[in-house]
Design a binder for this molecule. Sequence first.
Ligand SMILES: *Cc1c(COP(=O)(O)O)cnc(C)c1O
Length: 370
Amino acid sequence: MTDYLKLALSGVQKLAPYQPGKPIEELEREYGVKNAAKLASNENPLGPSPMAVEAMREAAKDVWLYPDGNGFELKTKLAQRLGVEMKQITLGNGSSDILQFVMQAYVDREAEVLFSQHSFAIYPILTQMMGAQAVVPPAKNWGVDLDAMAAAITDKTRVIFIANPNNPTGTWLKCDALAAFLDQVPERIIVVLDEAYFEYAIDPATGAEDYPDGIAWLARYPNLIVSRTFSKVYGLAGVRVGYGVSHPQIADVLNRVRPPFNVNSLALAAARAALDDEEHLKKSVAMNAEGLTQLYAGFEAMGLAYIPSAANFVSVDVGREGAPVYELLLHEGIIVRPVANYEMPSHLRITVGTEEQNTRVLTALKKVLA
Ligand SMILES: *Cc1c(COP(=O)(O)O)cnc(C)c1O
């Protein structure tokens, strides 16, 4: 038989698929545990806004029709909300769609793609998929070392990815540092500022002071693309919707590689409604800040070091190899995220849950580490 792996593009052959967090049903099926808590994918433990659920119910009767391929109503609302023009917005099937469009539009096999050590796993995967070269400067104190990043720029650099805050470290870059870096980046290089956790990071209670709002900087940096998502604080990870905001010319380019109807009609309806539910947003952000405080206190009581986070998760150093601790936690019905693949072998990334879930994870952690 023909070897169909060998037929694939060389970048694709070497691709290791993204490892998602373990689904609750899978854990319950395989381990025979009940009432499992999934704190592995940075989902909102409160779920979506009831208004978003209602909007999807309403939209369900029209699913025989193709969705609005231009997402007119959602883009109109986003444009108003963000103070940008509609033509600056690109909608994605999740914000990872936007990241992929950037790569498809701007990166070839001669290109270098720059991102820091410990960066979000999608960046190396997309780079590999394009057959391009990843350039990965070491992090500093778990965060992006912007001096090392600037020094790593070459004539071949096409795209730079920065997640702010970063997943899985939770670290964030402040206004001055990020602006000083962007000032050094040649305009021909696309900078993707991945703000998947923006709504958490701007909450003063999270403690990320001087956290920059990338969208406010678009006029100053025409090479900037800011990506955001409805998967995290809006609790809509399952329907897949996110967006990029950029210079209109870049949005036009992304739109050319975007598949038609990439965002489905339920997702469009849910996202629009979610933007109207300020109460749910506030409640989610407030619960997260309390949850972070609760987890930090629990870690401190156990003598575990953690990386202070501006997002809805925290990476904790369990003081030994993380993978076996992850396994033991599964037996306790708790799903967290091992991050050895991020060069953080003794850390586990834990999504902030409800107060009860946070208590459960702390209790379980104490038990398995004893
Ligand atoms: C979760 C996450 C995303 C968004 O994923 P989508 O569900 O595709 O919107 C993007 N970047 C980072 C850093 C994330 O953690």
